[in-house]
Design a protein around this ligand. Structure first.
Ligand SMILES: [Zn+2]
Length: 211
């Protein structure tokens, strides 16, 4: 999804909700609390016939409880995906007109959605380890290549590793080391989808929706 498309076609809350509903439910609202697909819809909310609770498309997703307009979320996702070398939170803040703390948090949440597999070593709780940059990079290398033995994936790992090194070394001055693992999640997600339409935009939206 290009930014231009979002700004032209997903420029209101209602249009964003409809877009997400289509992706999440394929036109059939399904209760996130009990799983029933019988509901009565009124505007953008649905009332479940089984458990009687009311819900919208963002319930139990990363978008839930966010004060940020959906249009800004969708724009941020597009900007992050199309920035080959990554985008700083300051730049993102300017691009979608939010303050820098909001942009930073948004970026962290989007990166968390990009995570595939967990690697304990990079969790913030481990930061007291105070390892060197090289130490961490070695861990990154182990992480991307674990459990992969066939020739195709070792090729992919070598390319990914070269790409990561360039990206991280090129941007390291603005990466908070505690969150290096999230940064790696972003680079890896994009690397694996670089040939997909709009760099896997709908894949990522699905992850944000936790599908
Ligand atoms: Zn229900």
């Amino acid at each position: 999804m290009t930014l231009t498309y979002i700004q032209t076609h997903l420029n209101t809350h209602k249009k964003c909700v409809k877009y997400l509903e289509k992706l999440r439910w394929k036109g059939k609202p399904t209760c996130p609390y009990c799983g029933s697909d019988k509901s009565t819809s009124k505007q953008l909310r649905h009332t479940c016939h089984q458990c009687k609770r009311s819900y919208s498309v963002t319930v139990k997703t990363t978008f839930h409880n966010s004060n940020l307009p959906l249009n800004k979320w969708l724009s941020a996702i597009s900007i992050i995906l199309s920035a080959k070398k990554g985008v700083s939170s300051l730049q993102l803040a300017r691009d979608i007109s939010v303050n820098k703390n909001t942009a930073w948090l948004l970026q962290m949440k989007i990166r968390a959605a990009m995570a595939e597999g967990e690697f304990e070593y990079f969790k913030p709780e481990k930061r007291e380890l105070r390892v060197t940059f090289t130490g961490r990079m070695n861990e990154v290398k182990k992480w991307i290549s674990y459990e992969k033995e066939d020739v195709d994936s070792s090729n992919r790992d070598q390319h990914l590793w070269n790409h990561l090194k360039r990206a991280i070394i090129g941007q390291y001055h603005r990466i908070d080391e505690r969150y290096l693992y999230r940064y790696v999640d972003e680079i890896r997600f994009k690397f694996d989808r670089k040939s997909k339409t709009f760099f896997g935009y709908e894949d990522l939206i699905s992850k944000v929706l936790k599908l």
